[in-house]
Each structure stands twice: as structure tokens, then as C-alpha cells.
Design a protein around this ligand. Structure first.
Ligand code: GLC
Length: 532
């Protein structure tokens, strides 16, 4: 079934936050050797590719999203040899390896920036975005950092400001400079030659800024409970038309190698997001679709966003769906433990490549982080308004032993207090666990081309009920999800309900047949196979 279908279309991606997956050397932080130890688990789970949050040398001001050497491995995670061993071992299991790549900015410790800031006439000066302040004083324009405050930092030595979309320790590269493009392309080739199967490009929509550095307009919808960054609309600082040429060039670098994938991290509404597929689809293969992360959890809202996204896709563009990542609140806490099972079924039955976030498959919740253990600079900059990301980056619970089998010592972030109950080892033994549900869903998705490759059609949305069909070459399945807590009786009046239950989120109705009526319990989802 999968001939001629690229792996990133038929496959399932799995994001690993390396600091929190498996510690192999007893320092409380996960590492590459740890990931190698856990490859059999990922194989058993049935995913096709892992994408790793950054593992490059970094002062870790933003936990690796501040890179000081693009072509090395931070000693915290291991060595280049460990990396090669990981790629080889993953490939032996049939797993692809995707690197998180951060070309928008470097660390202020990166030698390029150290040079750039050393003098106005340094050859690398123009590798970053340096400007004089306004005549009347103050930064060059009103742009804000996503992490709070102005995005311009005054540098005493040369008396100019540099631009940083995130922390001041993360100066933005100047992507208008061809030398920068060349240097980054070389870095990409370095890793592609080492065998990586693709990149997830960090903040892709930030890469190019307005050449005139025009002020951003105020956001008319801003309310004081929002993050300060949202005070302005980032009209001139992000999503500039020129970014698409930059992405197309990256794609060319990728395309010189067989079978690699280019994924973009892009937080934009569907109409703007899909532009990142590029003209003639020569941009990102998968501009990450985060719509499910921010939607209100109702049947109506979800049906509408699927419809809006499907309609926005350019002809031939392949969709994708994401439920969570290392920047957003965990799905199990966002929608509750019961609905998290419905969410799992939704993610794995929608049309398009699904991305799982490590730990969601065992129902990991957002962990409450005591004030004295906060590590995230976003939270440290803007305490108490709920922007902290530590709670979704906590160690993977492998078993009920101290520190959850993650580490021999107290980990860098605390585990969920429930880890002794909700962990891989206990859930593996429980046929109705979240882990068993994920495994069954993945298994079904693999076996059924209609789930992997088939068309999507909304059948019904009413109250808490969402029903859709997936079809491929005459084969069909029906997915019925109850987004509410009360049971719903479905009748054949609205749809054909004759058939066999392939899977229920409760894991207890497999092979049940229906003859025209179907009752969904509260927070139940089922996949039904029609007769013939
Ligand atoms: C991306 C990353 C996030 C990081 C930011 C700055 O949004 O996902 O973790 O802090 O970029 O690099």
C-alpha cells in the first residue's frame, strides 16, 4: 500500500524533548544514549520518525533553542559519536530521525555573534540585525520580544541595537545576507550527510523581517490578560513575503538528498499557514498545523477548523495535525483525561500526518511546577501569567521506581506526582490504558489505508457529536466522537450505522456489530467499519 508514498505522508511523527526522555549517565537530564535505550519502545509503539528538540552545544538559556555551535552535540546530551550511533540504531528499527533546527537566531555565545558584536566593521557585523537607535533616543522601532519587553538590545561597545525576537541571549540572524543563507545551508548539508531524515525548522515564519523595519500596529483585540507580546500585531516582524524564497532555498538543499522532509514551525491562521507549502509545493513539506492546540474543545469548533484547514490546503498539499508540543499545555490537562482519549482518536484518524508529543501516549498531564523549580526563561521573565512551559517538559514516566525509571537521581524537573500509576510499564499491562489505546490506534492506522491516505468527509456535527468518514479505493471507516460527558444515541436516520466496531476509546467493544443504532458513552469515540 505504501509504494511511492513518501514516508512522511503515511507515517506518524513522535516528538522527543531530549532533556526529559531518558537519562543514561545519572545527571538528571536526558541524553542521546538514553534515547537509544528507548528505541525498542518507540518501535513497539509503532511510530515512524522521531523529531528531537535541539541537541546542539548551547548555553541553555532557552534550553537548546540558543545554539552556540550548529555542528556539534552539547556534552549534556553526548557526543557526535553518540549521535551517529542513535541515527544508525534508529534506522535499524526503521525509524527516521528529524532534527530541530534553529536558523532564525543563534546564542549570543555563538562565535558568529561574538565576532559580529566586536566592531561595526567586523565582516560578520551584517550577519545579525544591527541598527542605530531613533534620533530621539530609544530602540529603532516598537517591535516586541515574544518573551517580553523590547526586541532590541543596546550594545554599549558599538552603541547600536541588535534585534532578538526571543531572549536577548538569542540574537536574530540576518537572513537578507546571502552569506548567512550559505552558512546555514552548509550546516543543513552537514547533518543530511550524517544521515538525518529531515528538519523541523524553528519559528519559520520569523525568518525575514521588514527591510524598512516599520513599526508594528497596535492589536485592536488586545486585552490585559494576554501576553505583552500580543499588544502589537507582528505585521512587519514576521510572515513577510520574502520568507517564502528562504524556505524554497532550504527545500532545495533538502531535495539534493533522497527522501528527506522539511517541516516548519509556524503559528499562523490556516490561510497564511498554507502559503508555507510554497509556490508549486516547493516550500515546506509539512508546515505544522497547530489548530487543534488552541481550539475550544467542542464538536462544532473542531468540525469547523478541519473544514477550514482542508479548504485552505493548496491542491496536492499534504495535511498534518499536532495535539501538543514542548511549548503548549499538555492535551490531558487542556481537555481532561477522558477527552484526551477522544483527542487521541481524532489525531490518529484525521487526514494528514499526525505528530505525537512524548508522554501524551501515557496520558501525561501538565505538571505543576513549584516556584523554586521553575526553569523556563519565559516564565522567569513573565512570572505568574501562565506562560511557563516547564509543566509540559517533565520527565517521561517509564515505571514505578524512584524517578520513574527516567534517572537514577532527582531529575531537572519533577515528575508528575501520579507517575507510579501512569507510566509505561503499568499501562503496558493494562489492556484499557491510554498507552494501549494509542497502540491500537496506531496499529489500525497502519493497517487501514483509508485512515492513512483516504479522503475525509464530515458526516454529522450535532451537539457534542462529531462524525466523519475516511475512504480509500472503495474502503471506508466511520469515526464517531463524543466530545461531551453524556451518552448519545445515534440512529440510522442520519447515517448508515450498520457495521462492526473496530475500536472504541474504552477498548471494550471491538468486534461488536451494530444494526442501525449505536450508543456512544460520554467521552467515547468509536471507529466503525461498514459491512461489505
Ligand atoms: C520555538 C520553540 C520554543 C523556543 C522558541 C525560540 O517556538 O519551539 O521552544 O523557545 O522557538 O527559539
Amino acid at each position: 500500500m505504501r509504494e511511492n508514498i513518501p514516508w512522511w505522508k503515511s507515517g506518524i511523527l513522535y516528538q522527543i524533548y531530549p532533556r526529559s526522555f531518558q537519562d543514561s549517565d545519572g545527571d538528571g537530564v536526558g541524553d542521546l544514549r538514553g534515547i537509544i535505550q528507548r528505541l525498542p519502545y518507540l518501535h513497539e509503539l509503532g511510530v515512524d520518525a522521531l523529531w528531537l528538540s535541539p541537541i546542539f552545544p548551547s548555553p541553555m538559556e532557552d534550553f537548546g533553542y540558543d545554539i552556540s555551535d550548529y555542528i556539534g552535540i552539547d556534552p549534556l546530551f553526548g557526543t557526535l559519536d553518540d549521535f551517529d550511533a542513535l541515527v544508525a540504531a534508529a534506522h535499524d528499527f526503521g525509524l527516521k530521525v528529524i532534527l530541530d533546527f534553529v536558523p532564525n537566531h543563534t546564542s549570543d555565545q555563538h562565535p558568529w555573534f561574538v565576532e559580529s558584536r566586536s566592531s561595526k566593521d567586523n565582516p560578520k557585523r551584517d550577519w545579525y540585525i544591527w541598527r542605530d537607535g531613533r534620533d530621539e533616543g530609544g530602540p529603532p522601532n516598537n517591535w516586541l520580544s515574544e518573551f517580553g519587553g523590547s526586541s532590541w538590545e543596546f550594545d554599549e561597545r558599538t552603541e547600536q541595537y541588535y534585534y532578538h525576537a526571543f531572549l536577548r541571549a538569542q540574537p536574530d540572524l540576518n537572513w537578507r545576507n546571502p552569506e548567512v543563507r550559505q552558512a546555514i545551508h552548509d550546516v543543513m548539508r552537514f547533518w543530511l550527510r550524517r544521515g538525518v531524515d529531515g528538519f523541523r525548522v524553528d519559528v519559520m515564519w520569523h525568518l525575514i523581517k521588514d527591510d524598512l523595519l516599520r513599526d508594528n500596529p497596535p492589536n485592536p483585540d488586545f486585552t490585559p490578560d494576554r501576553q505583552p507580546y500580543e499588544r502589537l500585531l507582528p505585521l512587519y516582524s514576521t510572515d513577510r513575503p520574502e520568507v517564502h524564497a528562504v524556505v524554497a532555498e532550504m527545500r532545495q538543499v533538502i531535495d539534493a538528498f533522497d527522501d528527506r522532509v522539511l517541516i516548519g514551525e509556524i503559528y499562523l491562521p490556516p490561510d497564511k499557514l498554507v502559503a508555507y507549502y510554497g509556490r508549486d509545493l516547493a516550500g515546506a513539506h509539512l508546515p505544522f498545523n497547530f489548530a487543534l492546540i488552541s481550539t475550544s474543545w467542542t464538536a462544532q469548533a473542531i468540525a469547523e477548523l478541519i473544514d477550514g484547514y482542508e479548504k485552505a490546503l493548496p491542491p496536492g498539499a499534504w495535511p498534518n495535525w499536532v495535539l501538543g508540543n514542548h511549548d503548549r499545555r499538555r492535551i490531558a490537562s487542556r481537555v481532561g483525561a477522558d477527552q484526551a482519549r477522544v483527542a487521541a482518536m481524532l489525531l490518529l484518524t484525521l487526514r494528514g500526518t499526525p505528530t505525537l508529543y512524548y508522554g501524551d501516549e501515557v496520558g501525561m498531564p501538565q505538571v505543576e511546577i513549584p516556584a523554586d523549580r521553575v526553569r523556563d526563561p519565559f516564565e522567569q521573565n513573565l512570572p505568574g501569567i501562565g506562560v511557563g512551559r516547564d509543566g509540559c517538559r517533565t520527565p517521561m514516566p517509564w515505571d514505578a521506581t524512584p524517578h520513574g525509571g527516567f534517572s537514577a537521581v532527582d531529575p531537572w524537573l519533577p515528575l508528575d506526582t501520579n507517575f507510579a500509576r501512569n507510566n509505561v510499564a503499568t499501562e503496558r499491562e493494562d489492556a484499557a490504558s491510554m498507552l494501549s489505546l494509542y497502540r491500537a490506534l496506531i496499529d489500525l492506522r497502519r493497517k487501514r489505508p483509508e485512515l492513512t491516505l483516504g479522503s475525509y468527509r464530515l458526516v454529522s456535527v450535532a451537539g457534542d457529536l462529531l462524525v466523519f468518514k475516511r475512504g480509500y479505493r472503495g474502503q471506508r471507516v466511520l469515526v464517531a466522537l463524543n466530545l461531551g460527558g453524556a451518552s448519545i444515541a445515534l440512529t440510522a436516520a442520519t447515517m448508515s450505522l450498520r457495521g462492526r466496531v473496530l475500536l472504541s476509546t474504552f477498548m471494550d467493544r471491538q468486534a461488536e456489530t451494530t444494526d442501525g443504532t449505536l450508543e456512544l458513552r460520554g467521552a467515547e469515540g468509536i471507529i466503525l467499519e461498514p459491512p461489505e
